[in-house]
Ligand binder design. Structure first.
Ligand code: ADP
Ligand code: ZN
Ligand code: ZN
Length: 716
């Protein structure tokens, strides 16, 4: 007897091959079974999608069985992926307009492709045995799988964590009434709603996650905890590991070796792990007993995948919670305006933590009006004398300061004082950044790097000057202003080497650093106990950026940075956050001074509503890349004409094609077109009918390199 199966395979982006393909099998394989199937001349991994009986009723053209090819290999060792998991994947593919198989296969651990059924069976057997014999920790010793040696776990959470202050033993503290109410709401019987936990840094959100997760585990279910970037939150992982000693906790993120990732994924899928802590890709971890999803720092942009299926792990977590009847806990000091709005509509339940634990107060916010500073040669100094004095004061007291500036390198541009030449990138519509350390000009968009020219390439003048400043220059200026200070810099340039970030963080925690300079990397997550002064050196640019989300991001960043100071209650009273600004009366700063997220959110939402922006409208962005801007525009213009032929177009607005802020990158010209609708459903219906047509359209546009759609884009 042979059966006809629908198998999801990794086919190119929505190409007509987006749905499952039919194959034959000797066995009635259940949906979710991992297989290998022939596709053209290759053999590719696939997942059985529909139940064999249903396969005949899928409405695909009736092919005779002779035309179908048999499944090449079945992975019997792997239990099939469950219905809920396949629902989540199917939703992701449909909502973000990608191929089903493409999404399904891309969220499985890559290592799975390399194994055959026998090897996989062996690995699973060994994993089970190790866990039985040695409890949770033994699993980590099981890295050598006979297929090659694996290095030790590079992301050992305990290594990067600061020493815990007293009172951080295993046993949970008694909750405050606010925390208690939050934990009870989330863990109430039959609770499967979405909760928005709002509280400033240090208000006890993590403790709520921990105790809610403890309930979930006690009920015999699994908890999934999502964090924005695992390297920036080693402390959270360490706290979970510490609290749930004796339980099986695994991490899932791109920093794992392929073998580790497979092992951790298997532990989740086989129900062997109690708790999965991971970055956005972990939202797809198969969990047979899922009982809770936590999304920490739910506003963080890194939850949005920026290539392939551009999914939002935060939004998928909410969807998954509903699907699997598991409560979802979104936590933030500065929730995304989307989540905040949903809480206001009553779709999410808001839980507030009103104050910092232990009476820590938020730092006082001080604005330095840069307009009032004297100018030398028409240029204002980078560091106001007031700020330098404050830094000096901290230094004398043996306290730490944190300065951040969202721009790495020495200066964003080098220019010629004679003829006005600037260090543009020949391949991009962007400047090349001057890096003083290795005397290079580097393009941060395409990577094009050259040594700094000795003389102006245009006129031969020897006097080339940096314009503006980045973290490298700021570090130098602080060293000049405060020669006695020990200055450390943390940005993408200083932390490229393996272990460099952890090393620098450890030095800060050990008190070996007086002034820490960095990009927004340092403003996130870290629990720096000795910092009493945080300063944003030049935060203004986001105020007037074309991206409508820039103010929201700036506010979140500044609130988060402010949260770095004064976490130690004894120092809290003296803690300060300094902002150097040319716009001291801007309402964003006024709200920040009061630590008033609510009024900031209210004013932003009012602006968004009147401007017809999310969350009041729904957006998709169609991007096109070509050798010339004209070719990219021509494709988008034709695409727009095509869109307007669908009846849904009445509820959807297709804007003219425009170049993005950096239009040319690596000699490729980019254009984009915004598609907007007050109705999410109408937008989705339009995209589903329209995008398949663009594949045919593409063939008619020879100059086009590629196109892609981004549903719910972060920046436009
Ligand atoms: P957040 O996640 O909001 O930054 P945390 O959960 O990390 O806040 O709490 C801040 C600090 O207060 C941590 O050191 C934590 O261990 C401690 N803490 C949290 N809740 C309590 C509590 N109920 N009693 C005592 N200490 C607490
Ligand atoms: Zn010149
Ligand atoms: Zn470039």
């Amino acid at each position: 007897m042979t059966y006809r199966l629908a198998v999801a395979v990794e086919a190119p982006q929505y190409s007509g091959l987006g749905g499952p393909l039919d194959y034959l099998s000797e066995l009635p394989l259940p949906p979710g079974t991992l297989v290998r199937v022939p596709l053209g001349r290759r053999e590719v991994p696939g997942l059985v999608w529909d139940a064999p009986a249903e396969a005949a009723e899928t409405g695909r053209p009736p092919l005779s069985d002779d035309a179908l090819r048999p499944v090449a290999q079945v992975f019997t060792a792997l239990p099939p992926l469950g219905d809920a998991w396949r629902d989540l994947v199917a939703f992701t593919a449909a909502y973000y307009q990608r191929g089903l198989g493409e999404v399904a296969l891309s969220v499985l651990p890559p290592e799975l492709r390399k194994l055959d059924d026998t090897k996989l069976a062996r690995r699973i057997a060994r994993l089970r045995k190790a866990l039985e014999q040695g409890g949770a920790d033994a699993a980590d010793a099981d890295e050598d799988d006979g297929d090659g040696l694996e290095p030790a776990d590079p992301a050992n959470p305990a290594a990067a964590a600061p020493p815990r202050p007293a009172g951080h033993a295993n046993e949970p503290p008694a909750l405050t009434p606010d925390q208690q109410a939050a934990v009870e709401a989330v863990t109430a019987a039959a609770s499967d709603g979405t909760f928005l936990l709002h509280g400033v840094t240090g208000s006890g959100k993590t403790e709520v996650y921990l105790q809610a997760a403890a309930h979930t585990l006690a009920a015999g279910r699994q908890a999934l905890v999502l964090v924005p970037e695992i390297n920036l939150t080693p402390q959270l992982e360490a706290r979970f590991a510490e609290r749930f000693k004796g339980r099986r906790l695994v991490s899932l993120h791109s920093g794992l070796t392929p073998a580790q990732r497979l092992k951790h994924w298997l532990m989740a899928h086989l129900g062997l792990a109690d708790l999965v802590l991971g970055t956005r890709l972990a939202v797809f971890a198969p969990l047979p007993r899922l009982g809770l999803i936590v999304v920490d720092e739910e506003h963080d942009p890194s939850y949005k995948q920026q290539e392939g299926a551009r999914y939002s792990a935060r939004d998928l977590a909410v969807y998954r919670g509903r699907l699997e009847r598991a409560p979802v806990l979104l936590g933030s000091a500065t929730p995304s305006l989307e989540s905040w709005h949903r809480a206001q509509q009553g779709r999410y339940k808001r839980l507030d933590l009103a104050s910092r634990i232990g009476g820590g107060v938020l730092p006082q916010v001080r604005l330095v009006d840069m307009n009032l500073l004297p100018r030398t040669h028409g240029v204002t100094v980078a560091l106001s004398p007031q700020l330098v004095d404050a830094l000096r004061e901290r230094l004398a007291l043996g306290e730490q300061s944190l300065l951040f500036l969202n721009r790495r390198g020495y200066a964003p541009v080098l220019h010629c004082t004679e003829c006005g030449w600037k260090s543009g990138c020949p391949h991009c519509s962007a400047w090349r950044v001057f890096h003083r350390g290795d005397r290079t000009l580097r393009c941060h968009h395409c990577g094009f790097t050259e040594r700094v020219p000795r003389a102006c390439p245009q006129c031969g003048n020897l006097d080339l000057q940096p314009l503006g400043r980045g973290t490298e220059r700021l570090e130098e200026q602080i060293a000049q202003a405060l020669p006695a200070a020990r200055v450390a810099r943390i940005d993408a340039d200083t932390t490229r080497a393996a272990g460099a970030l952890q090393e620098r963080l450890a030095a800060v925690h050990a008190g070996e650093v007086d002034v820490l300079v960095g990009t927004q990397m340092v403003a996130k997550g870290h629990d720096f106990r000795r910092i009493t002064l945080v300063a944003a050196v030049n935060p203004d640019s986001a105020l007037f950026a074309s991206d409508f989300r820039a103010p929201e991001r700036l506010f979140a960043l500044l609130m988060q940075a402010a949260g770095r100071a004064g976490r130690d209650a004894r120092q809290a009273a003296r803690s300060q956050m300094w902002l150097q600004t040319w716009h001291p009366t801007h309402p964003l700063y006024a709200a920040l001074r009061r630590h008033d997220f609510e009024s900031f959110a209210a004013s932003q939402l009012a602006e968004r509503e009147s401007a017809g922006l999310p969350p009041y409208t729904h957006l998709a962005l169609l991007r096109a890349e070509a050798r010339t801007p004209e070719a990219a525009s021509a494709f988008l213009d034709d695409a727009a004409a095509c869109a307007n032929e669908f009846p849904e177009a009445e509820q959807v607005l297709v804007y003219p094609a425009v170049p993005p802020p950096v239009a040319r990158v690596a000699d490729v010209e980019r254009m984009q077109m915004l598609v907007e609708s007050p109705s999410r459903a109408a937008l989705q219906r339009l995209l589903a009918q329209w995008l398949p047509k663009l594949h045919a359209l593409r063939a008619a546009h020879k100059g086009l390199i590629r196109w892609a759609v981004d549903v719910d884009p972060l920046g436009i």
